[in-house]
Ligand binder design. Structure first.
Ligand SMILES: Cc1cc2nc3c(=O)[nH]c(=O)nc-3n(C[C@H](O)[C@H](O)[C@H](O)COP(=O)(O)O)c2cc1C
Length: 200
């Protein structure tokens, strides 16, 4: 069974709510197991994330980037980077913010660059926006039109589960797609060579 960690920070529960939906999508794939991991706990034990085959990162967008707590987690993986121990694992990212755009793209960009520095393989959000097929905007999968990662919009001053239903649907599809991709690619070990040696 493939093991996937959803590593997230959430101050007020919105990002956590989306993380739970992503995990539900993962678990709908029979050969995948999802673990929800708070960024603070991953920061305390960065080596602990090595046991997973795939990592999905989640952060609220704060001032156009990841939250401080999520950045602290990223920085705690420096020793893993030096040894390139995450190389070849699958990665993906999601972010939650209160505005429709809100500069969420910058947050996904930070997660993408982080994953590339680690030599991970990035999985996007391959979902056609359903409003083009006549589904009402609020209910449409990928209504925010984000392919590089998952975006969700927590309505202003809403409770933690205050999302348009389309965003919940998208989060589950995103997790499901990631787990299916891992299952398809994961028939052989993804880490092969010593990254510090050039090929002969
Ligand atoms: C310090 C701070 C900065 C924020 N910056 C943005 C922003 O750049 N764009 C945006 O749309 N929302 C912004 N927000 C709103 C949060 O992204 C939003 O409340 C989100 O749902 C918080 O997620 P959480 O409940 O998981 O903590 C900001 C909130 C805070 C506290």
């Amino acid at each position: 069974m493939k093991k996937i960690a959803v590593i997230y920070h959430s101050a007020h529960g919105h990002t956590e709510h989306i993380a739970i939906q992503v995990a539900a999508g993962i678990r709908a794939v029979s050969k995948a197991d999802a673990t929800l991991l708070k960024a603070e706990d991953a920061t305390a034990d960065p080596d602990g994330i090595l046991r997973f085959d795939g990592l999905i990162f989640g952060s609220p967008t704060y001032l156009g980037g990841v939250s401080g707590q999520f950045k602290t987690f990223m920085d705690s993986t420096g020793p893993l980077w030096r040894r390139q121990q995450l190389k070849g694992k699958l990665a993906a990212g999601f972010t939650v913010s209160s505005l429709p755009a809100g500069d969420k793209q910058s947050t996904l960009g930070a997660m993408f660059t982080f994953s590339m520095q680690h030599g991970m393989l990035w999985v996007g959000n391959a979902i056609l926006p359903e409003q083009h097929a006549g589904v009402p905007y609020a209910e449409a999968a990928n209504r925010l039109g984000s392919w590089s990662g998952l975006m969700a919009q927590a309505m202003h001053s809403s409770p933690a589960d205050g999302f348009p239903s389309g965003d919940i649907k998208t989060a589950r599809m995103f997790g499901h797609n990631f787990a299916e991709t891992l299952e398809r690619l994961g028939t052989a070990p993804l880490i092969r060579s010593n990254p510090l040696k050039a090929p002969a």
